[in-house]
Ligand binder design. Sequence first.
Ligand code: HEM
Ligand code: NAG
Ligand code: NAG
Ligand code: NAG
Ligand code: NAG
Ligand code: NAG
Length: 319
Amino acid sequence: MAAILLITSLVTIILSSISLSSTALSVNHYQQTCPKAESTITKVVKNGMVNDKTVAAALLRMHFHDCFIRGCDGSVLLNSKGNKQAEKDGPPNISLHAFYVINDAKKEMEKMCPGVVSCADILALAARDAVALSGGPTWDVPKGRKDGRISKANDTLQLPFPTFNISQLQQSFSKRGLSMDDLVALSGGHTLGFSHCSSFQNRIHNFSNKTDVDPSMNPSFASKLRQVCPKHNNAKNAGANLDSSPTVFDNAYYKLLLQGKSIFSSDQALLTASRTKALVQKFAASQEEFYEAFVKSMIKMSSISRGGTEIRLDCRVVN
Ligand code: HEM
Ligand SMILES: *[C@@H]1O[C@H](CO)[C@@H](O)[C@H](O)[C@H]1NC(C)=O
Ligand SMILES: *[C@@H]1O[C@H](CO)[C@@H](O)[C@H](O)[C@H]1NC(C)=O
Ligand SMILES: *[C@@H]1O[C@H](CO)[C@@H](O)[C@H](O)[C@H]1NC(C)=O
Ligand SMILES: *[C@@H]1O[C@H](CO)[C@@H](O)[C@H](O)[C@H]1NC(C)=O
Ligand SMILES: *[C@@H]1O[C@H](CO)[C@@H](O)[C@H](O)[C@H]1NC(C)=O
């Protein structure tokens, strides 16, 4: 028994040092080679947010999608080429937008320090800036990601679905080295932004043979959603904000979740396991504890690596 434990922990240590060495991220990565990279990216993100209040949410979600498919390697930023459809054109791309902010920041980087700052790093920094500039926490982003050369629309089917239950969510996160605690903290990203009707349709129409509406949803909240999203003929842009303050990075998401006012089944699912439910309660009670946990989990998520190989010169096309 002790021998098995020893071997298991040795294997764990070896595996984690392999993933560390292939990642090799550092907060000082551009200190010598491009000292103004971060402040310039922040300026571009700030400008984007002033012109369009939906930019912050878009950048945060874009980074999540990037990291969950092939690691954080900028694969989400690549354009489709000919009949080769990229992630951008994959099915769950609904509401991915504001790619222009990343492309603008990249242009500034290429003027300032050509060939140095990866698109994957720009996106990780922009996501951090989006959170901080929305009133949320800030943190030092480890940098040094390389950009990948592969982006496939079909890969996006590996993203978690909004209809997932707690075991499906756990599986999706643990495949990427993320825990149940990370799941609860990162779901707090749903304090920003908007969802189209199609993403929560399952909860408000024909939920089960017994009931049309998910019984775990607050009834008056459900009827409001049903008004905005009738069963047929949804307007293309119809939908709902993910919480009551969709441009402010706060802990309202967790408070609403406890009241049955979350948007996705995957949000509601956090209340179906005792450990995750306790964390939701903790974050609803303390914004500070949420911030602290979110920062820790974001650094973990944004370090998922599958080994990109280049510093792309244009985030939309491989070199
Ligand atoms: C736990 C699994 C997750 C699922 C199933 C999920 C699912 C979704 C869905 C379906 C949408 C709405 C798409 C639409 O209809 O327009 C959405 C929006 C969003 N998600 Fe998630 N998500 C998850 C985790 C995350 C994580 C980890 C983050 C970031 C830390 C995140 C950040 C966002 C943001 C900011 C939006 C709003 C986007 C916008 O307004 O443009 N999500 N998510
Ligand atoms: C999402 O995919 C559709 C269908 O392929 C495509 O028309 C649309 O431009 C894509 N959206 C983004 C933001 O790339
Ligand atoms: C597309 O992705 C799904 C889910 O990951 C997989 O089952 C299927 O085989 C893939 N199809 C192609 C053509 O790669
Ligand atoms: C989640 O869904 C999967 C697939 O439908 C099912 O096998 C599993 O038992 C479900 N888990 C829970 C906790 O409901
Ligand atoms: C509702 O769902 C059931 C299966 O759960 C299906 O048989 C039925 O056709 C659906 N009804 C409508 C109106 O979509
Ligand atoms: C729901 O109803 C459909 C047909 O109306 C039936 O085939 C299915 O087994 C029912 N599902 C449940 C969970 O009772």
